[in-house]
Design a protein around this ligand. Sequence first.
Ligand SMILES: [Zn+2]
Length: 400
Amino acid sequence: MKETHTPSASKSVKQGFYARVAENERNDKKKTVILAAVLCVLAIILLVVATMTANSLGKHVYVYGDRQQRIDKAQAMQNGIQFIDMNALAEFAGIEKTTSGNSVTYSVNNTEATFENGKSQATLNKIEISMPSPAVVKNGYCLIPLSVAKDMLLGVEVNANKNNTVITLNGNNIYMIAKNIEIKYEPNISEGLVEYINSTDPYIFKLVNKQNPVDNTFPEDKDSLLEIPAKYRKKDTIYLYKTALYPLQAMMDAMFSNDIDDVFVTSAYRRYDKQKQLFDGYVEKLMNKGMSYDKAYAEVLKDTALPGQSEHQTGLCIDFMTLSMDELDNTFEDTKAFKWLKDNAWKYGFVLRYPEDKVSITGYSYESWHYRFVGLEVASIMYQTGLCYEEYLEYFEKGE
Ligand SMILES: [Zn+2]
């Protein structure tokens, strides 16, 4: 960018010449600075264009109530599939995020989703799901196909087009679940039995807990309670709801034939007044040890249901014991029976009703011995997802 100057002989002209040279040099410097700036801007524009071409990242508006937020890189398009950045979405919706190497785990309300960079398989509450395109986990964002985000999120509505990403939060609770879970069957169980296990009898879905009590007339049809054959119990007559009886027998027969012959049913259906008797009896026992009524009542309430709040009043659940146990407690966890039930109970439509990590949801202490009949479909979903029954009802029944 140097200009040519005509040299002159005279001093004044020379002085003028040097002045002009100096000025020209100043001008040159200015031009260089401007040029550099222009080049810089061009480079930035090129970089932005290149980035946008690579990921088609755009600016999108997230809307939450009356709050609006403009977030860059919220969305991307790759191979014709629309993606959304789970990090931006999680931040916006209050979903917790944990990054570990190539993968990100999101958790909210006891539900969990994990995505790994370059992987089309994601894990949704222990269930592996297939995505139409791999996740992209890098540079602080986690892009997943928009369709997957839409499908797995309950309580969050995601709508996106070329110019806009609008996220609406419906209600207070957000859950992440795999809605289309394949129901598993045990191939070795006969068709006739599967019909019982896979029952659609509405009674088997009855929820009884502290928030959903039953009165002393429940169940209305007392003929629906059948006697559990002596082979499966060690004491007096025990009754179970009819639909659960054959599945229970089949399950226990399977245990017997797997060398677990010390297991027996210690309790199943319990009448309202029996539950009251039981509760009052425990309170009295503690009071005899010197505890005040209030303290004893509170202590018993931790593990024992008030009359009306016990699932045993449905006739749909079983308390198991083994011959090695002195009383009904979590030493059941150390038995072969427990280990077998953990992997196999669901095949017969039974589930562990009060898991250790769900106490705050079920409202009851961990009971390794208490199994509830819910039928094959529900049991299969609960087994695969690790959800407890209250959660199952919340996400799969009301959540749809
Ligand atoms: Zn029980």
